[in-house]
Design a protein around this ligand. Structure first.
Ligand SMILES: Cc1cc2nc3c(=O)[nH]c(=O)nc-3n(C[C@H](O)[C@H](O)[C@H](O)COP(=O)(O)O)c2cc1C
Length: 183
């Protein structure tokens, strides 16, 4: 894959909010998790943990109990697979190092890993959607996560039922990037 192909893949990804019921083949899920596993992290601590949820009862329970109110997300219950992304707290990179730098490596690291998974999913022809509007305690309870794991997001996965009519827009490059110095 060259740079143009990669950019095309990045352009193809969007937050998919309608899924076909077809199950995602096991080998496809395995490749998506492999992409997550290979992500970089501060001091290579690899603090992300992920639970792939395909069991219908657990998916229904997550959709019913682990989403915060206020945003209607009926499509979550349709998605044939879900990745529950959590961070396992690391005393050095998540406590000591941010004390000096003020940088939240505990959020950066799983964010990078989760997006690796999402881009791998796009390369497999899957739709995906990050869901951060969650009740972390409910995710932990439903999926039996240890107390040291903090759930950060659910990522729905599945074959898209329909392409969205419009794509969300992005800021122009001049607004997000400057050369050498900002000002
Ligand atoms: C950390 C994070 C949390 C998000 N949480 C939600 C969510 O709870 N519900 C939802 O429908 N979309 C959620 N999204 C999707 C965003 O709304 C979406 O990425 C953004 O509007 C850009 O659209 P696009 O992904 O289609 O390019 C989330 C995305 C990210 C990265």
């Amino acid at each position: 894959m060259n740079g143009a192909d990669f950019l095309e893949l990045v352009r193809r990804r969007y937050s998919c909010r309608s899924y076909r019921p077809d199950p995602v083949p096991e080998e496809v899920l395995t490749r998506c998790v492999e992409a997550l596993r290979l992500a970089p992290s501060a001091c290579n601590r690899q603090p992300w943990r992920v639970v792939l949820v395909t069991a219908p009862d657990l998916r229904q329970q997550l959709a019913a109990e682990a989403l915060l109110p206020g945003i209607s997300m009926p499509w979550v219950a349709q998605a044939p697979a879900m990745a529950a992304l959590a961070v396992r707290r690391d005393w050095f990179t998540h406590r000591v190092a941010p004390w000096f730098s003020g940088v939240r490596y505990d959020l950066l690291d799983p964010g990078i890993a989760g997006e690796h998974l999402v881009l791998a999913a796009a390369a497999e022809g899957l739709g995906s959607c990050w869901i951060g509007w969650i009740r972390p305690h409910a995710v932990r309870r439903i999926l039996g996560l240890p107390g040291s794991f903090k759930p950060l997001a659910l990522i729905t996965l599945g074959y898209p039922a329909a392409e969205p009519e419009t794509r969300s827009s992005r800021l122009p490059v001049e607004e997000v990037c400057r050369r050498n110095r900002w000002a």
